[in-house]
Write a protein that binds this ligand. Sequence first.
Ligand SMILES: NC(=O)c1ccc[n+]([C@@H]2O[C@H](COP(=O)([O-])OP(=O)(O)OC[C@H]3O[C@@H](n4cnc5c(N)ncnc54)[C@H](O)[C@@H]3O)[C@@H](O)[C@H]2O)c1
Length: 334
Amino acid sequence: MKYLVTGAAGFIGSAVSERLCAQGHEVIGIDNINDYYDINLKLARLDRISHPAFTFIKMDLADREGIADLFADQCFERVIHLAAQAGVRYSIDNPLAYADSNLVGHLTILEGCRQHHVQHLVYASSSSVYGLNQKMPFDTADSVDHPISLYAATKKSNELMAHTYSHLYGLPTTGLRFFTVYGPWGRPDMALFKFTKKIVGGEPIDIYNNGDMHRDFTYIDDIVEGIIRIQDVLPRTNPEWSVEAGTPATSSAPYRVYNIGHGSPVKLMDYINALEEALGIEAKKNFMPMQPGDVYATYADTEDLFEMTGYKPEVSVRQGVKAFVDWYREFYQC
Ligand SMILES: NC(=O)c1ccc[n+]([C@@H]2O[C@H](COP(=O)([O-])OP(=O)(O)OC[C@H]3O[C@@H](n4cnc5c(N)ncnc54)[C@H](O)[C@@H]3O)[C@@H](O)[C@H]2O)c1
């Protein structure tokens, strides 16, 4: 099949593109290669894909004409939309970057899918949509109307925009709420990467909320497996569905939203211990208060995804952190 993968130079997008090519599909990957973090890492991820079935096109999601022409030229069967301005903290100082990439950008992709009858649009949402929710585990059946960062608000908006396209035009859409993805080729703005860099450099690490945080850390290979499986499960229309009897993650339209996480929360301090062990270095620790926009815990209920795909994450934090450290040491020669 012919796929469009957006954010193909990104952490998750590059891994998904690589897997699709290995499975014998044709992949057109787009990315604007912005400098939110080190461009060299993005370029190295693209180099690593280097498969004859993969074509990279540098393009911005907000380029309305460019995206419309791309869809018209390429006749994609499936779209995996992962490009976005990520990061919770960055959205506090740079709100407009989120409007361009995550709102306008999401709409250009929805329009392309609608105009060219794409079979299935799978797109990235985020665990951050759970915002002020306290009930654990986070369940897609719960309402998510109280985001606490602009980033989260744009991800929730993505789900709402997708729903209107599923309803109005019968476009099958699936939103995936990712829970803290980590592993080789990961993002420099995320905790594991930052901690590793500092520990290797002999600098102290900042640990927010005095280390009293829990995260549902999900290894990159498990995430890719979940994405690959769910993109084969096309949501269907369901005339029997009603708001009263359904959940926010389901609809009469061909629309679904799933959590995709490990499904077991890990204490931040256990994660740091796994990192110290993999590096063979004890970290110098700066205990800090909670950051604005951050949440105390994330923990995914992944039952629905398991029911639909048999997806069950396999990689433990100890194994995953070790794989990250091995990659980091080789990539940065340290
Ligand atoms: N990694 C995680 O833990 C996590 C958690 C929740 C949600 N997500 C979501 O998953 C998706 C992929 O995340 P990731 O970790 O791979 O992030 P990433 O930043 O590594 O990848 C996103 C890619 O999109 C590109 N991009 C951004 N704006 C663009 C635009 N306007 N036009 C074209 N390309 C653009 C970036 O250059 C980047 O390469 C994102 O939508 C992110 O919000 C990730």
